[in-house]
Write a protein that binds this ligand. Structure first.
Ligand code: APR
Ligand code: ZN
Ligand code: ZN
Length: 361
């Protein structure tokens, strides 16, 4: 039977978000209804609200979530009612060209939920990133649910649903950081800090954090940065070269998304080093580079989308490392808040002190 639950919707472009009653139908074939326990507030939710992604209002926001499977539809075998799961917005199909070539993180036929949740008047909701988890319950494709060790706190587990996984994955998956590597991370917000933690976890010898804000650099240190550079006062390319014996870093991770930081990342890598681009630029941004530098510096430039993660491989592993005390995912949770506080959390997002506000239900 369809159920009525509370959920946070973005009603229209730039309008404040609000809690509404939403109707969650029973799961159909291949679907699951998940009782949400925690859901982090991400910049992407804010972009949905601002109309920066598309205009399919109203949106049911929230996509960094963990909870317990309540019911599953026909044919679902990977998860069962009672399972503690982390949700992801990249349930891969297994059959497209990308999947068949062994690169499922580029899957172009992701099985995200159909839009079947509605308001009480029947208005269809667009769930953010096919999830919509600022709600007591949500309907997703079963492939969006990954079972993890239930002894982890839900507010910590949910982080892997987006930003923190994006950062850790940029280091361990896309950048393939290995033991003894030198790594620089430009931009130490939530995503950059997660890249710092990922590089540290992977055994990097040096993790150089770069930001324009000293408070961010301090936090980056607590996440595993061995050196910090304030790029407002110091040229980060020179500083990174100096800290790496004149060479540049083996892996440079850009987590800002601006032309000047893309440029810094390009020049701060060692010859044959790797640049991992995580920061998302806007459509009008351009970067001009001398072709001789592009040719002469070798190496590779890679963009990283959701940390090139495979949820069923990466989520249980990272949760286990956290439970073993080897990766402090809890450090990313700045505050836990109520469903009614999402609008306030958006306002606090650029405070500088908030890595993640997490709604706990
Ligand atoms: N040089 C260095 N750091 C900078 C600069 C700059 N020119 N401009 C901003 N920063 C720093 C900010 O001080 C902040 O610490 O970059 C960080 C950005 O962090 P957040 O705004 O918290 O963003 P975050 O959630 O970490 O995401 C970063 O990754 O996934 C993408 O879309 C996301 O493009 C965004 C990026
Ligand atoms: Zn696929
Ligand atoms: Zn997100």
């Amino acid at each position: 039977m369809a159920q009525e639950v509370r959920g946070v919707i973005a009603p229209g472009r730039n309008e404040p978000v609000r809690v509404e009653t939403i109707i969650v139908p029973d799961p159909g074939p291949g679907e699951a209804v998940v009782q949400i326990q925690a859901c982090g507030v991400c910049h992407t939710d804010l972009h949905y609200k601002q109309g920066g992604i598309n205009d399919e209002f109203p949106f049911l926001l929230g996509h960094e979530a963990a909870g317990v499977v309540e019911s599953v539809g026909a044919g679902v075998t990977d998860v069962a009612p009672g399972d503690f799961v982390v949700l992801n917005w990249r349930a891969v199909c297994g059959q497209c060209r990308a999947c068949l070539r062994g690169r499922p993180w580029y899957c172009f036929d992701t099985h995200n939920a159909k839009q079947r949740m509605t308001l009480t008047d029947g208005t269809e909701l667009s769930p953010a990133l096919g999830i919509g988890a600022f709600a007591e319950k949500t309907l997703v494709a079963a492939g969006q649910c990954t079972k993890v060790d239930p002894s982890v706190a839900p507010q910590v587990a949910g982080l892997l649903g987006c930003g923190v996984m994006a950062g850790i994955g940029a280091a361990i998956n896309t950048g393939n950081v290995g033991r003894g590597d030198t790594v620089a991370v430009i931009g130490c917000g939530g995503v950059g800090d997660a890249a710092v933690a990922g590089a540290s976890l992977a055994g990097a010898a040096k993790v150089i954090a770069v930001d324009i804000d000293d408070r961010k650099l301090e936090t980056a240190r607590s996440m595993g940065a061995t050196h910090t550079v304030n790029s407002r006062s110091t040229d980060p390319v020179e500083a990174i070269r100096e800290l790496t014996g004149g060479f540049g870093a083996d892996v440079v991770i850009e987590a800002v998304g601006r032309p000047e930081t893309y440029r810094q990342a390009f020049y701060a890598r060692d010859l044959a080093g790797t640049v991992v681009l995580v920061g998302v630029p806007t459509p009008e941004m351009k970067l001009e580079l001398p072709l001789l530098d592009v040719f002469g510096r070798g190496g590779s430039l890679k963009s990283s989308w959701y940390g090139d993660c495979l949820p069923s491989r990466d989520f249980p592993m990272l949760i286990d490392l956290h439970l073993q005390g080897r990766l402090d995912l809890g450090a990313f949770v700045t505050e836990t808040i109520e469903l009614t506080d999402v609008e306030k959390a958006f306002e606090r997002m650029h405070d500088g002190d908030v890595l993640r506000s997490v709604v706990v239900l």
